[in-house]
Ligand binder design. Structure first.
Ligand SMILES: [Zn+2]
Length: 305
């Protein structure tokens, strides 16, 4: 039997999306492969089983021919034991005053008489011994012919039976593997979706990381353009110390805002804590700031709003 290397799925739960796509194709191919293998094995098994089935038919016929001389001819005594009581029964029913209604029990009685007569014949003749002799001779002839039958095919019944058994085991193994691979295949769409999401989140995180690095540079540039003695936070419009100011993304990073001079502005720490990921309009509403005035101040600073 051809040896097959087992398909290795590995730790597929942690595979990236691309690899899961490849795995999907490989799994489909492998499952097809297993189905083909199983079909071939089934066919081989059928062929072997046919050899045994043919042996049984062929050898029985051959053996019957070989022991024909021991076979008893037409069994006259058996006919006598069957016909006699039945003929008597039919005759009995033709007599006047006898009907089925008053003699139905004779139907049971008749086979009993048949059996009784048959037993007497068996006792008086060698019929049973002859039959036994014939059956023994038939079995012996059958075995002998069977050995020759397999010799011609250069094998033996035992080895064929062993082969059938091995094929059967192999098919069971393949069934198990097919079941496992199918279960992995069924989980794939879900795993692929999760891998996609994982990768999307990773991309966003990388993007936000770049934005944060960029914002440090912008903050330095913004600080240079500020009058230290006279600085008001453009959001709350209160006088503050610009050294403690924070560079805010007017349009939030989480919504796609970039670290550009046009989208960033120095604001006080207090406003920064409150604004976090909010858009400017919502932040102003929450803080009760006049949105239009905030916009005016930002425009004066050259911001995109
Ligand atoms: Zn402020």
């Amino acid at each position: 039997m051809a040896k097959r290397s087992r398909f290795n799925v590995g730790k597929y739960g942690a595979f990236p999306y691309g690899k899961l796509k490849i795995l999907e194709k490989e799994l489909d191919k492998e499952i097809d492969n297993i189905i083909d293998l199983k079909e071939n094995l089934e066919k081989k098994k059928e062929d072997l089983e046919l050899i045994i089935a043919q042996e049984i038919n062929y050898c029985r016929e051959e053996a019957k021919n070989n022991v024909k001389h021991l076979e008893r001819g037409f069994d006259f005594l058996l006919i006598v034991s069957l016909v006699l009581p039945n003929a008597a029964l039919i005759y009995f029913w033709t007599l006047p005053n006898v009907s089925f209604a008053n003699s139905w029990f004779l139907i049971i009685f008749s086979p009993m008489v048949s059996g009784f007569i048959d037993n007497i014949f068996s006792f008086l003749t060698t019929r049973d011994q002859d039959n036994e002799k014939y059956q023994k001779a038939l079995r012996r002839a059958q075995n002998k012919i069977a050995i020759n039958y397999y010799k011609k095919k250069r094998t033996s019944k035992k080895s064929i039976e062993k082969k059938i058994n091995n094929i059967f085991k192999e098919i069971i193994e393949l069934d198990k593997e097919e079941e496992f691979l199918s279960s992995v295949s069924q989980k794939l769409p879900d795993l692929q979706e999760r891998a996609k999401q994982r990768e999307r989140v990773a991309k966003i995180e990388a993007y936000e990381g770049r934005i944060r690095d960029g914002s440090k540079i912008v903050r330095k540039r913004l600080l240079k353009s500020v009058e230290y003695n006279n600085w008001n936070c453009p959001y709350c419009n209160r006088k503050k110390t610009p050294t403690k100011a924070v560079a805010d993304h007017i349009y939030p990073v989480s919504k796609g805002g970039l670290s550009t001079l046009q989208n960033m502005v120095l604001i006080c720490n207090n406003c920064n804590e409150k604004k976090s990921d909010l858009t400017l309009r919502i932040f102003c509403k929450q803080q009760n700031y006049n949105y239009n005035k905030v916009i005016d101040r930002l425009e004066e600073l050259g911001k995109d709003v």
